[in-house]
Design a protein around this ligand. Structure first.
Ligand code: 5GP
Ligand code: MG
Ligand code: MG
Length: 204
């Protein structure tokens, strides 16, 4: 989309080069996903947000999950949970991750239907490692909703049950997806311009 046609906060003017997915389109897609999810659950659902990137998707998704009803015509009881997952960049073999949830919180998931809400699947390593870690807690069911899945040859083949959009193999920001913690406050999903990459580049 032509960037001139969209409202970009002045502090990011010149830092993004292209609007890939406008905010309104994202919301429409999430509304549809929520209705699809509601058609497949009947019991209390634990919706688990993967922070920080998944926060905006989670917030809007939960909003739509509360608005519509299940196939039985009832509103779905929802519990909210939050998890921070850090992938170890240097571990290329196993894709091990550090998970912020305590043992007590993880044990509380036993026998529950859990929906993991993630921003984007790239190689799939983070999600596979997270699901692997959750295995031993005997959840009733576990599914993954990811707003974006990247089309990359580096994919390990992991496919979430619910996908918002398939995106090209470029680094995207906005709608809570960040570049060194910048651009989370941009509503549209965009690619970064060379000027933006330079401006927010971090050396650590
Ligand atoms: P994976 O383990 O699937 O390779 O990477 C998953 C994580 O990397 C995502 O949850 C996200 O935090 C980050 N990531 C991957 N691709 C992108 C991208 O294009 N933009 C942003 N902002 N983060 C990304
Ligand atoms: Mg993420
Ligand atoms: Mg990030």
């Amino acid at each position: 989309y032509n960037i001139e046609h969209f409202v970009i906060p002045e502090h990011y003017e010149g830092d993004v080069s292209n609007v890939l997915i406008p905010h309104g389109l994202i919301l429409d897609r999430i509304e549809k996903l929520a209705r699809q999810i509601l058609s497949q659950y009947t019991d209390r659902l634990v919706v688990c947000c993967v922070l920080k990137g998944g926060h905006q998707f989670f917030a809007d998704l939960v909003g739509f999950l509360k608005k519509y009803t299940t196939k039985e015509g009832k509103h779905l009881p929802i519990a909210l949970d939050f998890i921070r997952v850090k992938s170890y960049e240097n571990d290329t073999s196993s894709g091990s991750v550090h998970i912020s949830m305590s043992e007590k919180e993880l044990k509380a998931l036993k026998g529950r239907d859990v929906l993991i809400v993630e921003d984007i699947i790239d190689t799939g390593r983070t999600m596979v490692a997270l699901l692997d870690h959750l295995k031993k807690y005997e959840l009733k069911s576990i599914k993954v909703a990811s707003l974006f899945v990247k089309r990359t040859h580096l994919s390990n083949g992991f496919t979430p049950e619910y996908v918002g959009f398939s995106v090209p193999d470029v680094f995207i920001v906005g709608y809570c997806l960040d570049y060194n913690d910048y651009f989370r406050d941009l509503d549209h999903v965009c690619s970064i311009s060379p000027a933006g990459q330079k401006k927010y580049f971090s050396v650590d």
